[in-house]
Design a protein around this ligand. Structure first.
Ligand code: NAD
Length: 264
């Protein structure tokens, strides 16, 4: 299937690793002109080299900017004033007991996970409406609808993204701009692998045993019963970025392996 993304300018935030890198790779393979982003130039350069090695025809460039602050977002916008597709992928997580999350940590999570996307959308959405075409995707999480006890602050940001995404879609009525959110489930990224590896060591289990325990106790409703591969999230995002997905707007699309036991 041709996703008709050829030469579309697509910014993927937090894309030097994990799901973001997989999304950038999928869009580049479809012919989009991709802008990678990470915090440091060496990480961005490394990701550019990996992407070009995997996809030699890729039209891709990178911008180092820390999107956890308004200043960092402004730097990125100066280097990349126009896009057709914005994927708000950047997001951080941490397993911390509720009682130990202080005010500054609540605000930090909100700023990184929610305000980075809000600030970028505030800049790019008006021009998408003027051109009467555009795509904004917020990478939320199953945690946005099933708030996790071990990271309540993270869950709050992922729910907030769903609300922002739907609200922005409402402002696009009558245009060919779509705004959607995607809800991944537990995905085999470097960060998640490290997290599970640490837990496995604490419990004297192998990584495979730890993965099995994740799906028998922490996420027992998973139908997939394994970690999702980043490319399996990226393929859904690439479709949502495509002109072919025109009828999907204001939606919260699940790609979480069936963890969320719900009919809609
Ligand atoms: P990751 O930690 O593997 O990658 C994060 C990327 O963001 C890296 O490229 C990192 O350099 C970059 N980054 C971090 N802070 C940054 C900043 N301040 N400015 C710019 N770049 C920054 O992340 P991931 O696990 O792939 O998660 C990506 C998104 O998917 C997040 O929004 C996360 O909440 C969501 N998600 C992940 C999972 C999962 O299991 N991995 C599940 C559900 C949802």
């Amino acid at each position: 299937m041709d996703l008709q993304l050829n030469a579309k300018r697509a910014l993927v935030t937090g894309s030097t690793a994990g799901i973001g890198f997989a999304i950038a790779s999928a869009l580049a393979a479809e012919g989009a002109h991709v802008i990678l982003n990470g915090r440091t130039q060496p990480r961005v350069d490394d990701a550019l080299a990996r992407l070009r090695a995997a996809c030699p025809q890729a039209a891709v460039r990178g911008i180092a900017a820390d999107l956890s602050t308004a200043t960092g977002v402004a730097q990125l916008l100066a280097a990349c004033p126009e896009v057709d597709v914005l994927v708000n992928n950047l997001g951080i997580f941490a397993s911390v007991p509720f009682e130990a999350i202080d005010d500054s940590e609540w605000f930090r999570f909100f700023e990184v996970n929610v305000m980075s996307g809000v600030r970028l959308a505030r800049h790019y959405l008006p021009q998408m409406k003027t051109r009467d075409w555009g795509r904004i995707i917020f990478i939320s999480s199953e945690s946005g609808v099933c708030p996790p006890a071990e990271m309540v602050h993270y869950g709050m940001t992922k729910s907030a993204q769903l609300s922002v995404s739907r609200g922005l879609a409402e402002t696009c009525a009558g245009t060919r701009v779509t705004v959607n959110a995607l809800l991944p489930g537990p995905t085999r990224t470097e960060g998640v692998a490290e997290y599970l590896d640490d837990l496995a060591k604490q419990k004297n289990l192998s990584f495979t045993e730890m993965e099995q325990q994740l799906f028998s106790s922490a996420r027992p409703t998973s139908i997939l019963k394994r970690l999702i591969e980043p490319a399996e999230i990226a393929s859904t995002v690439a479709y949502l970025c495509s002109p072919l997905s025109a009828a999907t707007n204001g939606a919260a699309i699940h790609a979480e392996g069936g963890v969320v036991r719900s009919l809609i």
